[in-house]
Design a protein around this ligand. Structure first.
Ligand code: PGA
Length: 259
């Protein structure tokens, strides 16, 4: 079962995950981070800013979950730009060690395989940060995505394009296609952190955590993973059937256990 931690605010969630990332980097200076984009991971990146001062991050490696297909990498909403702006620059990471899937049309046919090879060559992802879409997607694995899927091109559903339209001038500017790590790729990461905040994520979180396990709600794939930490605020936790049990587990968590 995933460990579910219900926190009062997204800032506390960010601090909790950031502390774990700092512990990881201290133990393994060339740790491989799985980086998410969107609004959800921002409190983590914000909290990391004040924590990386005393830590050598020069060898930290990272892989983003996804990228839009056909977007200019220099576009402010390309995930390459977002990761550079929100993660690489403020934390002082080496940009050469941080990868995003290549959404360029010229090489798109083999971009998924290239990305899989790069992740494998890095030894896999140590800690993967995940948000969840209102559709239940993780990465850009929309409903119906195979649990065995690897990095590949997907077509975004209309709901996701509407959700992401806030980052663009209009919904017409949101790309139709993306290249995303597959659910199989994500499940290979050694520790998953799934974060969600707000009422509009409550149904997706309840489905992901409490099932059923179904490709119709891709986030439910986390139930197949042996090491998952779900960090949510009260609103995102509001449809969980067993929220009291998760609180009870946390209140009685053995001190030696860690996350
Ligand atoms: P959000 O997106 O963090 O911007 O809500 C999450 C997602 O679509 O995976």
């Amino acid at each position: 079962m995933a460990e579910v931690i219900i926190v009062p605010t997204s800032d506390e969630a960010g601090a909790l995950v950031a502390d774990e990332i700092v512990r990881l980097i201290a133990a393994r200076p060339d740790a491989v981070l799985g980086l998410a984009t969107g609004s959800t991971p921002l409190p983590v990146y914000q909290a990391l800013r004040s924590r990386v001062g005393g830590v050598d991050v020069s060898r930290v490696r990272g892989f983003a979950l996804d990228e839009y297909v056909g977007i200019d990498p220099a576009h402010p909403q390309s995930y390459r730009s977002v990761i550079t702006r929100e993660v690489v620059e403020p934390l002082g990471l080496d940009p050469a060690l941080i990868r995003t899937p290549n959404g360029a049309l010229e090489t798109i046919e083999h971009a998924g395989d290239d990305y899989e090879h790069a992740i494998a060559a890095a030894g896999g992802v140590d800690l993967q940060i995940l948000g969840i879409g209102t559709s239940g997607h993780i990465g850009f694995n929309e409903p119906g995505s195979s649990f065995a899927s690897r990095t590949r091109v997907k077509t975004l559903i209309e709901q996701t394009r509407q959700d992401n339209a806030r980052f663009f001038d209009s919904i017409d500017d949101v790309p139709l296609h993306c290249i995303t790590q597959g659910l199989g790729t994500i499940l290979d990461a050694r520790h998953l952190f799934l974060l969600a905040f707000g009422e509009n994520k409550a149904a997706a979180i309840a489905g992901a955590v409490e099932g059923p396990v179904t490709a119709s709600l891709p986030g439910s794939a986390i139930q197949l993973h042996p090491h998952v930490t779900v960090v949510v605020d009260e609103a995102a936790a509001s449809q969980l059937q067993h929220a009291d049990y998760y609180r009870y587990v946390l209140a009685h968590k053995p001190a030696w256990q860690g996350l």
